[in-house]
Design a protein around this ligand. Sequence first.
Ligand code: ZN
Length: 206
Amino acid sequence: MKKTLIIDCGHGTATIGKQSPDGTLREFDNNRKIVQVLSKTLTVKGYKHFVLFRQWLNEAMLTVPDFSLSSRQQVANSFVHTNNAKDYLLLSIHSNANSMGQWQAARGVGVWLHNTRTDLHFEASNFAQQLAIATQLPLHGQGVHYRNLAMNSPHNPNTNRGILADSMILEIGFHDNRQDVEMMKAANHAQNVANGIVKSLEILYN
Ligand SMILES: [Zn+2]
């Protein structure tokens, strides 16, 4: 696999509001489980990767801060050799929401890019499709979405802008959609997500 993956886990244990309306699924817990299983899966495959903060892999670490986007960018950039930044790919693991704490109808898998990264459309589309197949979640819209954010914006897709490597935000299901939450709670969800990501890596970068 030609890319070295840098894995970013959305949010922290105390992040407010990033949970299902009934409080039974916290986005951070779900993201972290995916990051743990993905890291193990990549290790078994022998694929080089970094997880931004080791606290995410340590299950005994019950309290983890919501690291700022600037610290995420700084640590991610510390892994990247500037003369071959194209050999790295940062994936930020998230789930989506479309309400302020109410159940709502939007659902599925979307990949978010900063507007400056239209060059990544093909890869992003492949990640969205393989994740949808592996998780059996639908695609959200066409699968690929863009945001135009200032350099200092606190919104997650801004991660796409500040780091040297290619990067994309994977929004894997909506934690305010009942059907998605039921699927995200399934015991094999994290492994399905990891399998979808690995499938794309092998299609795109072998
Ligand atoms: Zn998130």
